[in-house]
Ligand binder design. Structure first.
Ligand code: OOG
Ligand code: NI
Length: 465
C-alpha cells in the first residue's frame, strides 16, 4: 500500500459486504432467515466433523465461511459496466471469467468480479456475478431503440461515488473516512427502487420481449437480486428450508453430493412478487415485478480443463436424458441419474490429483521440514507425498458455472420462457465495454498451484522439480 493513511482494499470490501448484507436483510426478510439456517448447519458440520474444521483452519479458510457471500446484478449499457469495473477495483475485485448465457436463452453475457489473490480471498472472497444485457438480441428494432433510449437517460452511480472512485485511482487508495463514504455511496447503486422509470404499458412490451429485459430497463438501477451465503452442507440446508417457511427450487444445480466436493452446488428459492409503481399510475394502478430471490451454495475443488471437460460431458448426458419440469416433475429421476452418471468422476483426492482433474495447494509437512534439516531429499513430488513429507489440499473453486447460472436465471424468470438465440458469443464486445480483459480462471488456479508447490519445495530445501 502506497500510503499508510489508506485503508486496504480488503477492508473496503469487507465494509461493503457487511453494509450490503444489512441492506438486503431489511429488503428481503427471508434472507435473514436463510443466513440463520446456514449458520446453524455450518456450526453443526464443524462440530461433527473435526477433520473438516482442522483442514479449513490449516488452510486459513475457516474465518471466511461466515462472511462469504456472492451477489448478482444485471447492467444495461457498456458504460455502466465500465464504471462498475472501476467501482469494484476500489474493493480489490477484478473481472474473472466470461459467461455467455445467450446459449441458454438468456440475453446477457456476464463475468464475476472477485478478489484474486489467496490472502485477499481468505479475508473476504465477496463476488458479484455481473451481467450485461445484450440489446442486439431484441428482435423488434423499434423496441430495441426504445430500450436503448430509456437506458441512455439513467445514471446508476451517485456523483459522489464517481468522485471517490476517481480519488482512489488518482491517489492509489482511500482514507478510512473516504472509504466509509464510498461504501454508503456505492450501496445506493444496488438498492431496490419500488418506482419504475417507465409506464405500465412500456413495461409490458419489454416484459413480453423477455422478462429479463423488463428487469434491466425499467428501473433506476441494477438492484442486487440475491446475496448468497456459503454452506458446508447444501443438502441439509435444502432439506431444512421448509421448516423455516422457505420453498427451494426442485433440484440442486451442479454436481451431485460426493465424498470429494467439486466445483459448485447451488439451489435457490423463488423470487418475491414486489409492488411496483409505474410512471403515470399516480398510485392507482400498482403492478408487480419479481426480481429478487434467495440462493445458497456449497463450494468444492477447482477443476483443471481436463476435469472440467469430464464434468461438462457427464452433466450434459444427465440433462439430455431427464428434463426437470417447471413444477419440479422428474426431480427425483434427475437426482438419481446425476448420481449414477457421476460414478465416472473419480471421488478420492489422490485420484483427482493423479489424473490431473483438479487443482491442489501443496505444503511441506512438519515431518518434511525435519527431514529437510537432515538433507538429502530429492525433488520427486510423488515420492515426497508418499513419504508424508509433502501434502496437498484442494483449492476452492471461486467462480461460477454457466449451466447452473442459466438454471438459476430461468427458475426465477419463470421456466416457461425458453428462447434460443442464434447469435455468437461476443467476448470482444464485452471486454470493450469493460475496458479490460477478463481474466482466465484456470490460469489463476494453475498459478496458485504452481506457487504453492514452489514454496513447499523451497521449504524442503529443494528449489525445483
Ligand atoms: C445471476 C444468476 C447467476 C449464480 O449463482 O450462478 C448466479 C442473475 O440471476 O442475475 O448468481
Ligand atoms: Ni447466484
Amino acid at each position: 500500500m502506497a500510503n499508510a493513511a489508506f485503508v486496504s482494499t480488503d477492508t473496503i470490501r469487507s465494509l461493503f459486504t457487511e453494509a450490503m448484507s444489512q441492506m438486503y436483510r431489511t429488503e428481503v426478510p427471508q434472507y435473514g432467515t436463510l443466513i440463520e439456517l446456514v449458520a446453524d448447519v455450518n456450526a453443526e458440520v464443524l462440530a461433527y466433523n473435526p477433520e473438516t474444521k482442522t483442514q479449513l483452519e490449516r488452510l486459513g479458510e475457516l474465518d471466511r465461511i461466515n462472511v462469504e457471500r456472492h451477489g448478482a446484478i444485471r447492467l444495461g449499457t457498456a458504460s455502466e459496466l465500465h464504471t462498475m469495473r472501476r467501482l469494484f477495483a476500489v474493493m480489490g475485485m477484478q473481472s474473472v471469467g466470461y459467461y455467455d448465457l445467450s446459449v441458454a436463452g438468456v440475453p446477457v453475457h456476464s463475468t464475476c468480479f472477485r478478489p484474486i489473490d489467496e490472502a485477499a480471498l481468505n479475508i473476504n472472497p465477496f463476488r458479484v456475478f455481473t451481467s450485461l444485457l445484450r440489446l442486439e438480441l431484441i428482435e423488434d428494432a423499434g423496441l430495441r431503440a426504445e430500450a436503448e433510449a430509456i437506458l441512455a437517460r439513467r445514471n446508476i452511480f451517485t456523483k459522489r461515488a464517481v468522485d471517490l472512485i476517481e480519488m482512489f485511482e488518482r491517489d492509489g487508495g482511500l482514507s478510512e473516512k473516504d472509504a466509509e463514504e464510498f461504501v454508503s455511496e456505492a450501496l445506493e447503486t444496488f438498492r431496490w427502487h419500488g418506482e419504475a422509470t417507465v409506464s405500465a404499458e412500456t413495461y409490458k412490451r419489454l416484459h413480453d420481449a423477455h422478462r429479463l429485459i423488463a428487469d434491466v430497463v425499467s428501473f433506476k438501477g441494477p438492484h442486487i437480486n440475491h446475496l448468497t451465503p456459503r454452506t458446508l452442507d447444501i443438502d441439509a440446508v435444502q432439506k431444512r428450508m421448509p421448516e423455516r417457511g422457505i420453498t427451494p427450487k426442485a433440484v440442486i444445480e451442479g454436481p451431485p453430493r460426493r465424498t470429494c466436493d467439486i466445483l459448485l452446488r447451488q439451489t435457490s428459492f423463488k423470487a418475491l412478487e414486489e409492488a411496483i409503481a409505474f410512471v403515470g399510475d399516480e398510485g392507482a394502478n400498482v403492478g408487480t415485478h419479481s426480481a429478487r430471490f434467495g440462493e445458497i451454495e456449497q463450494r468444492g475443488v477447482a477443476l483443471t480443463a481436463k476435469g472440467r471437460a469430464l464434468y461438462d460431458d457427464l452433466l450434459a448426458s444427465v440433462r439430455g436424458e431427464v428434463q426437470v419440469g417447471a413444477g419440479g416433475g422428474k426431480a427425483r429421476d434427475y437426482d438419481s441419474q446425476l448420481a449414477e452418471q457421476f460414478r465416472d468422476f473419480p471421488d478420492s483426492w489422490e485420484e483427482l490429483r493423479a489424473k490431473d482433474l483438479a487443482f491442489f495447494r501443496y505444503s511441506a509437512t512438519d515431518a518434511g521440514k525435519q527431514a529437510a534439516l537432515r538433507g538429502g531429499l530429492k525433488a520427486e513430488v510423488n515420492e515426497l507425498l508418499a513419504k508424508g513429507l509433502l501434502r496437498f489440499d484442494p483449492i476452492v473453486y471461486e467462480d461460477f458455472l454457466p449451466v447452473s447460472a442459466a438454471g438459476i436465471f430461468q427458475s426465477n424468470l419463470g421456466t416457461d420462457q425458453q428462447q434460443n438465440y442464434a447469435t455468437l458469443s461476443n467476448r470482444d464486445a464485452f471486454e470493450d465495454a469493460l475496458g479490460a480483459k477478463v481474466q482466465d480462471e484456470l490460469e489463476l488456479y494453475a498459478g496458485t498451484q504452481a506457487a504453492s508447490l514452489a514454496a513447499a519445495l523451497a521449504d524442503l530445501g529443494l528449489s525445483d522439480v
